[in-house]
Design a protein around this ligand. Structure first.
Ligand code: ADE
Length: 204
């Protein structure tokens, strides 16, 4: 059993990236009329950017390429269409990270096909092997430093998936915590591992 190397993202990282992105977009002289947040990873980044840029109109679009923690689902696809029309508007499509870049590329194409005046894209993190480069990103991650980034909005899902994977070898919450430390390189409180491994009905 191999766990992917992970990186725990904290809220102060998120604040820094949101500030940096908003700064880059403003410096480029842009003020989007609509922000389209990719579900699910782009929702919180979209809301934070909307607040910083004073954008009132938010829409959602679901593009899927990744399933549970660090597993790709095959081909990227749009699984839920744009929630409101953006024709004639200037649009910013937002996700948390571009890794393969397929989700954001597909989402931008989908939005473009609906007739906006202009479409740009943004992500907090951009991994350099991504085939699609967002118009704006806060930080570049060299492909040699690829990791699974555990964003605060995905914390429990990721810890649940990783803990379940480590359980047969780790045997109990202490053993799982140790494997998370050794293989995934993340320090997770044992109480969180216990909570993640509890059946849904017993979760507090
Ligand atoms: N979604 C796609 N790639 C990811 C990564 N490396 N970390 C977190 N979420 C992702």
């Amino acid at each position: 059993m191999d766990l992917p190397v992970c990186h725990l993202v904290h809220w102060d990282d998120i604040d820094r990236w949101a500030d940096a992105l908003a700064g880059k977009i403003s410096a480029a002289g842009r003020s989007p009329e609509t922000i389209v947040g990719l579900t699910r990873g782009g929702w919180v980044p979209s809301r934070l950017l909307a607040d910083r840029l004073g954008v009132k109109h938010l829409a959602a679009l679901r593009a899927q390429h990744w399933g549970v923690t660090a597993t790709q689902t095959g081909k990227a696809e749009i699984t839920e269409k744009l929630t409101s029309p953006v024709d004639g508007r200037s649009v910013l499509v937002v996700d948390d990270i571009t890794d393969t870049g397929e989700s954001l590329r597909l989402a931008v194409e989908h939005v473009r096909a609906t007739g906006p005046r202009q479409v740009e894209s943004a992500a907090f993190l951009h991994i350099t092997h991504s085939k699609y480069v967002p118009t704006y990103y806060a930080e570049e991650v060299p492909k040699e430093r690829w990791a699974w980034f555990i964003f605060p909005w995905n914390y429990w899902e990721d810890i649940r998936t990783l803990s379940a994977k480590a359980l047969p070898e780790g045997k109990d919450s202490a053993g799982v915590r140790q494997l998370l430390l050794e293989q995934a390189k993340i320090a997770v409180p044992e109480a969180d591992v216990r909570q993640a491994l509890a059946p849904p009905a017993n979760r507090s």
